[in-house]
Design a binder for this molecule. Structure first.
Ligand code: SF4
Length: 396
């Protein structure tokens, strides 16, 4: 189904996602499949959307403005079942103005799809490598190509001029211990590949019960390493990648990165990401310390495109429902990204919120935020992350 990629707001450059039929790779940790056992792609609906003459909905606006499409967030496009539809989809993507972000573990149909794109290199290829050991992958991701094959494909596509991101996502020490990560990094450096994404394996206790006995068994030692231990491990791995000179993406990381700049160079019009603001703060203030006010955030995040428009429907509000129910109730109407940005700036209850980022601390007095004349909070940025459990309001 072709949908607005609400789940990627503030951290992903794509604005739309096309996910095909239920993924057959059968990864033990796959919540797309656990949440919904049976999924259909509705290819025809997507194709019809490409050729609408008058954009009416929010999705149509994003499509007509050339925002990139992610293929796919909730299903791998290159499985035996999805390959035919993916090839059909790419015949239309090749005709469309706007980049393509491929997210895959590689597989059948991938080469055909890239062939259809011809010489176009406004295609970013994100290849997941959770382990470098084929025998571990056989248990955890049994129907996906082995990591050795994925890395061979990644190398080939990098040589062919695509921007290839290697994604250690989800990362667990059980599957990608430090020695293996270092081996992977050496292999990437040798090939001149410099872009790595990393995210932790994050399964909250409440969700663990949804996994089922067989999946838990296949996850192996990774289950016992969930939570703080994994958080710390992924933090150390992120630091290692950054200090090794890779262009790294990790949600909420306290470093500057060129990775999103390189993606924008390829994809053209992209959605803004929190990292744009982090980069801006490092560029402008370094580690000298600065007070940040809302207009500065808006000037960086709402620079162009859809970010400056008003949307007739109330779709943006759906993001609030997904990432913080309380906030959804408090904000009944959200018809522009500027309204949305104001919520993300002021409200700490979202998955992606400025207040929850380790680099930004709320300024206030007597434990209460000091609001500016427009009622917005202000932040202090020193270039130094704060990893404490509970962030207190600070006096500056
Ligand atoms: S490849 Fe992705 S969508 Fe498919 S089962 Fe694995 S995690 Fe799920």
């Amino acid at each position: 189904m072709l949908e607005v990629f609400l789940g990627g707001y503030m951290f992903h450059p794509a604005a739309l996602d096309y996910s095909g039929d239920t993924c057959q790779n059968n990864c033990a940790y796959c919540f797309a499949n656990i949440n919904k056992e049976f999924r259909t792609g509705n290819l025809q609906g997507a194709i019809n959307a490409f050729y609408k003459s008058e954009p009416k909905t929010y999705r149509d606006m994003l499509l007509s403005m050339g925002y990139p499409i992610l293929v796919s967030n909730r299903s791998d496009p290159f499985t035996v079942k999805n390959q035919r539809d993916s090839i059909a989809l790419f015949t239309h993507l090749a005709e469309r103005k706007g980049g393509v972000f491929i997210q895959t573990k590689t597989g059948p149909g991938m080469d055909e799809c890239l062939d259809l794109m011809g010489d176009r290199r406004d295609v970013v290829v994100y290849i997941t490598v959770t382990t470098i050991k084929d025998d571990i992958a056989k248990i955890v991701e049994p129907n996906a190509p082995p990591p050795s094959a994925r890395l061979a494909t990644a190398k080939r596509l990098h040589k062919a001029g695509y921007l290839v991101l290697i994604a250690v996502n989800p990362c667990s020490e059980a599957w990608m211990p430090r020695d293996d990560l270092e081996t992977l990094c050496k292999a990437l450096k040798k090939e001149g590949m410099n872009h790595v994404c990393i995210e932790m394996l994050d399964i909250k206790r409440k969700r663990l019960s949804l996994l089922g006995e067989k999946r838990v068994k296949r996850m192996g030692a990774a289950i016992g390493m969930l939570g703080d231990r994994n958080r710390l491990y992924v933090r150390e791995c992120t630091e290692y990648l950054v200090y090794q000179g890779f262009d790294v993406a990790k949600k909420g990381m306290p470093f500057k990165t060129e990775l999103f700049v390189h993606m924008k160079d390829r994809l053209g019009t992209t959605m803004p990401v929190m990292q744009d603001f982090v980069n801006h703060c490092f560029d402008k203030y370094g580690t000298s310390g600065a007070v940040l006010s809302y207009p500065e955030w808006e000037s960086i995040m709402a620079r162009d495109g859809i970010m400056l428009k008003t949307i007739k429907q109330n779709n943006i509000r759906d993001y609030l429902l997904r990432s913080g129910f309380a906030s959804w109730k408090d904000n009944q109407e959200v018809h522009s990204h500027k309204e949305f940005l104001r919520i993300v700036w002021n409200d700490p209850r979202h998955r992606i919120s400025v207040q929850n980022h380790s680099l930004f601390r709320v300024i206030g007095k007597d434990k209460k935020p000091t609001l500016d004349e427009d009622g917005n909070v202000q932040f202090y940025f020193s270039g130094q992350p704060y990893f404490g459990k509970k962030k207190e309001v600070i006096e500056v």
